[in-house]
Ligand binder design. Sequence first.
Ligand SMILES: *Cc1c(COP(=O)(O)O)cnc(C)c1O
Length: 401
Amino acid sequence: MNSKKLIYLDNHATTPMDPLVLKAMEPYFLNEFGNAASKDHAYGQVAHQAVENARAEIARCIGAEPDEIVFTSGATESDNLSIKGLAQMYAEKGKHIISSVIEHHAVLDSLKSLEKEGFEITLLPVDQFGQISIDLLKKIIRPETILISIMTANNEIGTVQPIAQIGEVARENGIFFHTDAAQAAGKIPLDVNEMKIDLMSLSAHKFYGPKGMGALYVRSHSPRVRLQSQIEGGGHESGWRSGSLNVPGIVGMAKAFSLCVEKMDQESEQVRVLRDQLQDAIQNELDEVYLNGHPKERLPGCLNLSFGYIESEALIKSLGQKLAVSSGAACSSANFEPSYVLPAIGVGPDLAHCAIRFGLGRFTTESDILSAIEIVVSTVKHLRSESPLYDLALKGGAGVL
Ligand SMILES: *Cc1c(COP(=O)(O)O)cnc(C)c1O
């Protein structure tokens, strides 16, 4: 193993493309460059056929029909299209929307802009593990509620929501249900019918596909969902999303998604074993380390830990030379924006500021994990040896910061 290698443990931010995905995309950059809308000649027909095959493949991965898949530039656009598009279409039916406090910015900011247009938004709190309460959800539903938008799995702590139960409640009450599945897709089984999902946002680069490529599942019957398009133009994608289709991206997304679904059982087990090995070793060798997120209902590759008595910026900086990880809090993010997810699960400011999110994936090896353990343990020990607070706590038995 090359000890100088920067170990990539940030698979929730993005994943590397699978080489098989690149291979599937390649012909559509070069020889088969046609515009999928130019069906008068073979170039266009070949591109069109590739797009339709991909649409069917992606639909199959979530138990949907091909005509229920709309291609977008990513989950951010899918979230905007589904939330704003649905709200604008059904505003006369009601102007109340339910979501949660730990949604991705793409959802929260779409909701904020709807608030300015007169919609009322209720954000559900989450428990200490990051899950919403079904009882509370039932209580806050109003006659004018038109949409429930709850993410399938959270990007910071990996907690998976009780999606089928939420879908049940939504369907019983005649409310549309959108879920941002950017982190969950390809990692855990998803079926839009079993889970009674009406809209689902997907992002290719979170499951070993290309960046800038996404899709939105839109239910076509029982109930049929209609959306106000957000990007107007040539009327592509049944008028829901204009713009010439990203043919290589679409082909790559389908290849990436079907690879994930094909390998899911084996891969999630492999990733989970390495993740648990990382967690167990760190918690065995260090004290004052706390798990953020659900102990069981969590994405297999996600491990978010808070390290007590550590200067957060110092930790992420020292790790950054050897480990590509992300911080749940202010420590490393470019704009120093604190996490809103950790406070939402009851993590105090000090522990929220020393959280690290480890994101394991398909290409994470056991030797990566063994190195990561060594790096994390030695870095934390070193930083704590210089921390007067940790020293005090050892002597005086003072509580966690
Ligand atoms: C990454 C992510 C997004 C944004 O996806 P893009 O395709 O990068 O726009 C949205 N929601 C969640 C939960 C994510 O993890």
